[in-house]
Ligand binder design. Structure first.
Ligand code: 6PG
Length: 465
């Protein structure tokens, strides 16, 4: 008998199946169309995998309770695959969905399957192809009892950091896919922040790509250590074989997206979270896509477009490093605040320190900073905002002046640094005991009699303006 079945043999599904097989599991594999199953058998013959071309045989080959890991395209396909499986399953069988599914779909599927006596476990999977094969970060959620059945497999195939698997039960319903969604939002912001640092160094300090590759590699040895920093340093060393230019210079500056960053921002609006950095990074991807308009507008709209002062390049490089780290801290502060809000509003009991721990290995946003984030939330379970934790507060107090200099220089020289700006705006807004909302309340009351509260007495007041 096979201990688990993997349904869907695209690259991610195939690699996850091989990862399980490499860890000693007997894995049944199946794909909706036979071509990928044949390709899998041909390319990856493995003593622990058995390929099936018949759905019934695939299902009947599994130990009970059956564990089926779906790795199919997120969206309607997941529902139709689930419906094709149900007549073949028995009560208590477990369906896992490892795609980038929308958490609301996972909530719905969880309820739908529960009603029918089956278990649904949504599993956020991060780490791309390589992670799937050698150890991803896994974010499972659903019924805790059902999780106990799949925990030994999931925790074995996940990346391991300090002897701890980057996988743990996160909460009820679709909370695992929710955690993955915000992970992707943080991924978008992190990528945009690194890109802004790159643009500043390249377009305002006039450094060349090789210099920047070396600077990023150096930064990756310190507090900015992360997978995205590491791969960006490497990307910058690549040369296009045809033109002999840096490869990054021949790549069109329009970026794609599959939607998880956008969902994160949409959910921030629903949960009432100021998620400005991630949202700016989504907007910048949209703006990147109007290339022709941007080329035309460059000719039409006035503004400076100049190098920063050539003197003190080394000093500027350090200011940018500090600004980048500050932006990263504030991105995490906003993202983890969103987890906190979602946990309360959806009644999920998310453990923020645990989430930070499973992000330390395997996933795209893995970074040195996550140890400190985990520590901060572990030491203070009530911590509402990472900015107030002793460790991060000290860094922000030391680095905020650098962020200001970089942001001002960007504005002065006409370089758009939306995520750097958004970080600073949030920082200043958050540390302002006095906001401008008193005037907004007065305006609301003026035109709509919406009433306001006073600083000096209880109650709701209206003025005949
Ligand atoms: C991961 C990635 C992965 C994928 C994103 C990319 O954690 O392994 O986040 O899920 O690379 O979906 O998203 P975009 O195509 O939207 O940039």
């Amino acid at each position: 008998m096979n201990s688990i079945g993997v349904f869907g043999l695209g690259v991610m599904g195939a690699n996850l199946a091989l990862n399980m097989a490499n860890k000693g599991e007997k894995v049944a594999v199946y794909n909706y169309t036979p071509d990928l199953t044949e390709a899998f058998q041909e390319k990856h013959p493995h003593e622990n995998t058995t390929a099936y071309y018949e759905l019934t045989q695939f299902i009947h080959s599994l130990e009970k309770p059956r564990k089926i890991f779906l790795m199919v395209t997120a969206g309607a396909v997941v529902d139709s695959v689930i419906n094709s499986l149900l007549p073949l399953l028995e009560q208590g069988d477990i369906i896992m969905d490892g795609g980038n599914s929308n958490f609301q779909d996972s909530n719905r599927r969880y309820g739908y399957l529960k009603e029918k006596g089956f278990h649904f476990i949504g599993v956020g999977v991060s780490g791309g192809e390589e992670g799937a094969l050698n150890g991803p970060s896994l974010m499972p959620s659903g019924d805790k009892e059902a999780y106990q059945h799949v925990a030994p497999i999931l925790e074995k195939i996940a990346a391991q950091v300090d002897g701890k698997p980057c996988c743990s039960y996160l909460g009820k319903e679709g909370s695992g896919h929710y955690v993955k969604m915000v992970h992707n939002g943080i991924e978008y912001a992190d990528m945009q922040l690194i890109t802004e640092a790159y643009q500043f160094l390249r377009e305002r300090l006039g450094l060349n790509v090789d210099d920047i590759a070396a600077i990023f590699a150096e930064w990756n040895k310190g507090e900015l250590e992360s997978y995205l920093m590491e791969i960006t340093a490497d990307i910058l060393t690549h040369v296009d074989e045809e033109t002999k230019k840096p490869l990054v210079d021949v790549i069109l500056d329009q970026s794609g997206q599959k939607g998880t960053g956008k969902w994160t921002s949409q959910n921030a609006l629903d949960t009432g979270v100021p998620l400005s950095i991630i949202t700016e990074s989504v907007f910048m991807r949209f703006l990147s896509n109007v290339k022709e308009e941007r080329m035309m507008a460059e000719q039409e709209l006035a503004g400076p477009n100049q190098l920063a002062d050539a003197a003190d390049k080394g000093q500027w490089v350090e200011l940018v490093r500090q600004a980048l780290f500050m932006g990263k801290i504030i991105t995490y502060a906003q993202g983890f605040y969103q987890y906190k809000q979602a946990s309360e509003q959806y009644n999920w009991d998310l453990q923020l320190d645990e989430i930070a721990l499973i992000f330390r290995g395997g996933c795209i946003i893995r970074a040195g900073i996550l140890n400190e984030i985990s520590k901060a939330f572990k030491e203070d379970k009530e911590l509402s905002n990472l900015l107030l934790s002793p460790y991060f507060k000290t860094i922000l107090n030391n680095y905020q002046a650098s962020m200001r200099k970089v942001v001002i220089k960007g504005m002065e020289t006409g370089l758009a640094l939306p995520c750097f700006n958004a970080s600073l705006v949030y920082y200043d807004g958050y540390r302002s005991a006095k906001s401008g909302a008193n005037l907004i309340q007065a305006q609301r009351d003026y035109f709509g009699a919406h009433t306001y509260q006073r600083v000096d007495k209880e109650g709701h007041f209206h003025t005949e303006w």
